[in-house]
Design a protein around this ligand. Structure first.
Ligand code: ZN
Length: 584
């Protein structure tokens, strides 16, 4: 195909309207110099190869992008009845920073997009990056965590969160390529690749064909670090490791649900430290509890690749004492239990998985191991259940997760004190529609629970206590507690109370498949039915489009300021590690 597409000038026949032509990467994409990516042009009709030209800055695309052009006359996997052509260049890359305008012509139609290719300084600014991702972390979570953990007297906080002392800050826009709203996949993917994508997509632009793993790829930070040098990589999460946020460090798929394949993508990149839940996708199908549909035994494969396996807290501690330098820690078949259940109430699945480590211990082990690498490291730490408990509006659990996340951030900050060549980034991937509006005081007069909600001066201060000084309130079911509410919800019973029997399940599937309020909470004294404001297909509260607050400290952190797209964050990381120094 080389040369064929470039030859051609527009012919007069055949192409009716290629105006819906799409070029990936999209217009205004920012691309790290020398970083491999796939280019795709999707025409909206069937065109002949000799009707098509694709140029980059006026030159044949294959000359600029360094790879052959693949012309697909009729793409497979399109929507029923649709026939259309496409042009693909896989594994393209551009070495020289600058503006690149792509022109795709088919017949009389032209589509043009411009990319910005960026280089980085010649010298790294820091040796290590610790990227803390509080999934769903919103302003209300921080405020409530500060009040619950530190207390407040006469309007002044009695202490500060670790995050409160990070000195650089930016507002981050989290919208996806197809919608103002977002999920963890496309936002974390944007952080980890520099390219925004569609909801549910990881490390790819979401194309129009059905298969989830043929979409145009962009390089992940995990791959970039393998391509450019000898740094170690660590991924720590309280979710399944195949969940969108941890997966984004290495993965390429249109569908975050491709969890069995995502394990394979981790195996391809082999981060030295992998700690979290999700063992069900590592086990061959014959093993009880496996969620794989094949016989691959990834636990054995990782072991054969030199990893020490840990399945609980004690094994993790032991593994930390070995010198393998590579640890695969899988502490749950699914998502790990949350702090409030694990360390306080012993609900959830804690009886089945009684000895799970927490985010703090996992972060400590990751830092102990990764810091042995003289080339430095990239560590991603996710507090996943801030989000997972905010969906069902289980605010006490979400807050304990936020407090634990902040403690992990504190470990990172302590590490940076002795390793000042470390950039620390703390951010969320999206927000939740949650606000802290006052207190709920059981001793306030009134029959109905809503009369016990104190607002303005009536709110007073909550009466949590932390007598043992562990940073968590000793109990959540105190008489005057925080009043947090979501602004979006399915039908559910608002109980105005902590959920002491296990994580809240606000809505359940009704007979017609839509979600209805969970009757289990109907008889909680004072519970009121809130009629949802979301479609009845929603079983929980959803993500908000509100900006995320990113904070950072250390070398390079001064680049975080004002408003940034989540995809702009990658350029800061690339600069700090000097991933694309100029070549002469
Ligand atoms: Zn979520």
């Amino acid at each position: 195909m080389r040369g064929l597409l470039a030859l051609l000038t527009a012919t007069t026949c055949c192409v009716s309207a290629a105006s819906a032509t799409t070029v990936y990467p999209l217009d205004r994409a920012t691309i790290l110099a020398r970083s491999p990516f796939d280019m795709k042009v999707e025409f909206d009709t069937v065109v002949k190869p000799d009707e098509v030209t694709v140029t980059v800055n006026g030159k044949p695309a294959e000359d600029v992008l360094g790879q052959d052009v693949e012309f697909v006359e009729k793409e497979e996997g399109l929507k029923d009845g649709v026939e259309a052509s496409a042009v693909l260049i896989r594994g393209a890359s551009i070495a020289t920073p600058g503006s690149y305008t792509v022109e795709a012509k088919a017949g009389g139609e032209t589509k043009s997009v411009t990319w910005e290719v960026y280089g980085t300084p010649a010298a790294p600014k820091a040796k290590n990056i610790i990227f803390f991702l509080g999934d769903g972390l919103s302003v209300a979570h921080r405020t409530a965590a500060r009040i619950m953990s530190k207390g407040m007297t006469e309007g002044k906080a009695n202490g500060r969160l670790n995050m409160d002392d990070l000195d650089h800050m930016a507002f981050i826009g989290t919208s996806s390529t197809g919608a103002i709203a977002t999920d963890s996949a496309n936002t974390m993917s944007a952080y980890m690749t520099g390219h925004k994508s569609a909801v549910n997509a990881l490390g790819v632009y979401a194309d129009r064909t059905k298969p989830s793993q043929d979409d145009p790829k962009v390089e992940t930070i995990g791959e970039a670090l393998r391509r450019t040098g000898g740094k170690s990589v660590g991924v720590v999460s309280t979710a399944e490791l195949e969940d969108a946020t941890p997966a984004a460090v290495v993965s390429h798929t249109r569908l975050r649900g491709d969890k069995a394949d995502i394990v394979g993508m981790f195996y391809d990149v082999k981060p030295e430290i992998l700690l979290g839940g999700g063992s069900a996708y590592f086990l061959p199908q014959a093993t009880n509890g496996s969620k794989r549909k094949d016989d691959k035994d990834y636990i054995q494969m990782f072991r054969d690749a030199g990893y020490t396996l840990a399945t609980d807290k004690s094994e993790l501690e032991q593994a930390n004492g070995t010198n393998s330098g590579k640890i695969l820690g899988l502490f749950h078949t699914g998502n790990m239990d949350v702090t409030l259940d694990r360390d306080f109430l012993h609900k959830g699945t804690v009886d089945k998985f009684p000895n799970q480590p927490g985010l703090v211990q996992m972060t400590q082990v990751a830092l102990d191991q990764l810091s042995k690498d003289e080339d430095g490291f990239f560590l991603m730490v996710e507090g996943a259940s801030i989000d997972k408990m905010s969906h069902p509006m289980d605010w006490d659990r979400a807050e304990f997760e936020t407090i634990e996340f902040d403690k992990a951030v504190g470990l990172g900050m302590d590490f940076a004190k002795t390793h000042p060549d470390t950039l620390i980034v703390v951010t969320g991937d999206h927000t939740h529609g949650v606000s802290l509006i006052g207190t709920v005081d059981d001793e306030k007069p009134g029959e109905e629970m809503r009369e016990k909600v104190g607002t303005y001066a009536e709110a007073g201060f909550p009466n949590y206590e932390d007598k043992d000084g562990d940073g968590y309130p000793d109990r959540v079911d105190v008489t005057r507690r925080l009043a947090m509410f979501a602004n979006n919800y399915p039908d559910y019973y608002e109980t105005f109370r902590p959920k002491m029997d296990g994580p809240f399940e606000p809505a359940v599937k009704g007979a017609d498949g839509t979600y209805v309020a969970n009757e289990q909470y109907k008889d909680v004294p004072g519970a009121v039915l809130r009629t949802g404001n979301l479609p009845k297909s929603a079983d929980s509260a959803v993500h908000a489009v509100d900006d995320v607050v990113l904070q950072a400290t250390g070398p390079g952190s001064e680049e975080f300021k004002g408003y940034m797209e989540q995809s702009d964050v990658y350029k800061v990381l690339a600069d700090v590690f000097a991933l694309a120094p100029a070549t002469n």
